[in-house]
Design a protein around this ligand. Structure first.
Ligand code: NAD
Ligand code: MG
Length: 385
């Protein structure tokens, strides 16, 4: 079998580095042909020297010279800047894009990859939150798969293998509940960034870790599920499952529920997405039922974690509302990470932005971009950034 050539957009992040570990352990199956990073040029250089890709992109143009010089003895092509991401996404040197950039910035490169007929392993959930209809339509038109990497959606995807003829009654997304499960607003009001960055079960990038603490992450995942699996809002349920062993479930019309389980380890969904439809053997630790003798389930506390309710509202409303929610949330999370606003203020920023920006029922791609920009400016004005 020939190697599958992988382009990792966001190779220096939590998903990107774990994907490179998967590739390193399976050089007979995969090669890394494109690596991209926004600011961490040191790690990008190290990765490039080790994996010898065809091309690297450094987002921050000020760092171009340093990367170029460090790779001058190799034949690795070096590009810089936002437009370079799009040019590289259109290149022939890879077969599958792992979309592992965080946030809205991942949307355009992913669309470009699909437009060029590339399969996409999608970690970047914000892409589907912002413009899920356009992204999925593009994939259908080009007849290329969008394979989920997010653990919940990978679980659902795995449960659906062999079920093409059977209708989904509903999907049940599991959520760990994050570090503040069971806490109330009087506690949350004083939460600081360092505490919020400590997730009980997963080690991830800063933005998604904060989203997990506010439960916005689960809301974004409901919207992601809608587009990936063509579901109506009422077919998507969230249940809190603190042990993170069941990664999500699908309920069929006969009442049967299929679940995908395993220890919480993102390498599993990452490698499933790269190897699909084949499973790749690993020696990673196995689930021991003696250690996890109790699996528990709870209703989410929508009164305390209002972000989840706001995301449900955006899911139900559709149109550009999820893109407004996402833009305001990105601004709010980065302000919280810089200690500019408090934990509960993030919800206020999102809620106020959702009421302010003009609603469009069926936006074009341009209108999605515009809504994103407007929502960002308004959210930033609330915080006085
Ligand atoms: P991260 O912050 O660790 O890494 C982000 C990557 O994107 C880095 O390589 C960075 O250089 C690049 N990047 C950041 N801003 C950019 C910009 N403006 N333009 C171009 N590149 C940029 O994030 P992560 O935790 O790896 O998450 C990546 C995506 O995967 C997110 O959308 C997240 O929701 C999703 N995801 C992550 C996990 C996880 O376990 N980390 C799980 C499920 C889904
Ligand atoms: Mg997830």
């Amino acid at each position: 079998m020939s190697q599958k050539r992988i382009a990792i957009f966001g190779s220096t992040g939590s998903i990107g580095t774990q994907a490179l570990e998967v590739i390193e352990a399976n050089t007979d199956k995969f090669s890394a042909e494109v690596l991209t990073a926004q600011t961490n040029e040191e790690l990008l250089i190290q990765q490039a020297l080790k994996f010898k890709p065809n091309v690297v992109v450094i987002g921050d143009e000020k760092k171009y010279t340093k990367v170029k010089e460090a790779l001058s003895r190799t034949d690795i092509k070096v590009f810089a800047g936002e437009n370079a991401l799009l040019q590289v996404a259109a290149m022939d040197c890879y077969d599958l894009m792992l979309a592992a950039i965080v946030g809205y910035a991942g949307l355009k490169p992913t669309l470009e990859a699909l437009d060029n007929g590339k399969a996409v392993a999608l970690a970047n959930k914000e892409t589907l939150v912002v413009a899920g209809d356009i992204v999925m339509k593009k994939a259908l038109e080009k007849r290329v798969p969008v394979i989920p990497v997010d653990s919940e959606h990978s679980a659902i995807f795995q449960c659906l293998v062999g079920e093409t003829r059977n209708r989904i009654e509903k999907v049940i997304l599991t959520a760990s509940g994050g570090p503040f499960r069971g806490k109330k607003p009087n506690f949350l009001v004083n939460v600081k960034r360092d505490h919020a960055l400590q997730h009980p079960n997963w080690t991830m990038g800063a933005k998604i870790t904060i989203d997990s603490a506010t439960l916005m992450n689960k809301g974004l995942e409901m919207i992601e599920a809608k587009w990936l699996f063509n579901l109506k809002p009422e077919q998507i349920q969230v249940v809190i499952h603190p042990q993170s062993i069941i990664h999500s479930m699908v309920q069929f019309e006969d009442g049967s529920i299929k679940a995908q389980m395993g220890l919480p380890d993102m390498k599993l969904p990452i490698q499933y997405s790269l190897g699909f439809p084949n499973r790749i053997p690993t020696n990673s630790p196995r689930l021991n039922f003696k250690t996890y003798s109790t699996l528990t389930f709870e209703e989410p506390d929508l009164k305390t974690f209002r972000n989840l309710g706001l995301a449900m509202e955006a899911l139900n409303k559709g149109g550009n509302m999820p893109s407004i929610l996402n833009a305001a949330n990105e601004i709010a999370v980065y302000a919280f990470l810089r200690n500019r606003i408090g934990f509960l203020d993030m919800t206020e920023v999102v809620e106020q932005t959702m009421t302010k920006i003009t609603y469009i029922e069926s936006p074009t791609l341009e209108e999605y971009f515009e809504s994103d920009g407007e929502a960002r400016s308004f959210a930033a004005s609330l915080i006085q950034l």
